[in-house]
Design a protein around this ligand. Structure first.
Ligand code: NAP
Length: 249
């Protein structure tokens, strides 16, 4: 385990391959939570948890990824654009033969992403709406010319199937930015390789405020996700904890 004494963000880690022969992207989660482990308020409103240094760190992680994924709950709550904010980092991507922004992906069974959502309009680059059969054929019509619609699964989005499809599309390094419902499903399917949280210097509180891993949790007990700490870094007024996930597919 490395402990970073120096303040300030580090470069994004080198590309790593996901385990297993099936073919899926190397998948890392990055989220910001309060000192009491909440990722937004009880009203599910976005809270500014990190500071400028951490936002730069996150921007570098994004710029180093082939795709960035969120759940529909996050799109409806926060309306993020998921673009690379730094013009310099976008330039480096283009010089490297990549699009300015990573592919932006919404996991959205019913195709509820508003056609006006920031993620579909801000910045250049490809977008994918991952739906299940519940979305019906209208989804393809609704997002025509704005996003590619990928159908995976009957009820909710079949995440292992989706990951295989993303790998087939050439996505090798995938960043997941939340929310807690999606992250819980990814952990339950052993699809997370790395879990990073920025722990900020505030208390949000509230039993019902979202946390990094919500959903049904892991009621069996012996299915808990096991982690190994790989780095601790002081950034802004908080700390970045980086964990490698032991139970991976
Ligand atoms: P979410 O995880 O973003 O999205 C969950 C939704 O995705 C589900 O309700 C489901 O809706 C859809 N989905 C489709 N297939 C799924 C599958 N296999 N597994 C799981 N979900 C699937 O939503 P959330 O948990 O409500 O999180 C939103 C909250 O997190 C907001 O309050 C936001 O501010 C916060 N947030 C914080 C951070 C941070 O770093 N601090 C980052 C992101 C989000 P359908 O059934 O309709 O498809």
């Amino acid at each position: 385990m490395g402990r970073s004494e120096a303040r300030g963000p580090r470069e994004a880690p080198a590309r790593e391959d996901a385990p297993g022969a099936g073919g899926r992207p190397y998948t890392f989660v990055n989220m910001a939570m309060s000192a009491d482990g909440k990722i937004s308020s009880v009203a599910r409103r976005q809270v500014r948890i990190s500071g400028p240094e951490d936002r730069e760190r996150v921007d570098r992680l994004k710029a180093g990824s082939d795709a960035v994924m969120v759940g529909i709950g996050t799109v409806l709550a926060d309306d993020p654009s998921l673009t690379v904010k730094s013009a310099e980092l976008r330039k480096v991507r283009v010089l490297g033969g990549k699009p300015e922004n990573p592919v932006r992906i919404v996991v959205d069974s019913r195709g509820r992403t508003p056609v006006t959502a920031e993620i579909l309009h801000k910045g250049t680059g490809d977008r994918i709406i991952a739906v299940s059969e519940r979305a019906g054929t209208e989804a393809a019509v609704r997002f025509r010319g704005i996003a590619e619609v990928l159908v995976a699964g009957r009820e909710e989005v079949d995440l292992p199937l989706l990951m295989g499809r993303l790998h087939d599309l050439g996505i090798r390094r995938l960043m997941v930015e939340g929310g807690g419902t999606l992250i819980c499903s990814l952990f339950a399917s052993c699809l997370v390789d790395e879990f990073t949280t920025y722990v900020g210097s505030l208390v949000i509180g509230g039993r019902d405020a979202p946390t990094p891993v919500d959903g049904p949790g892991f009621p069996g007990g012996n299915e808990f996700v096991r982690l190994s700490l790989t780095d601790v870094q002081e950034v802004d007024e908080g700390v970045v904890l980086r964990w490698r996930v032991r139970n991976r597919r």
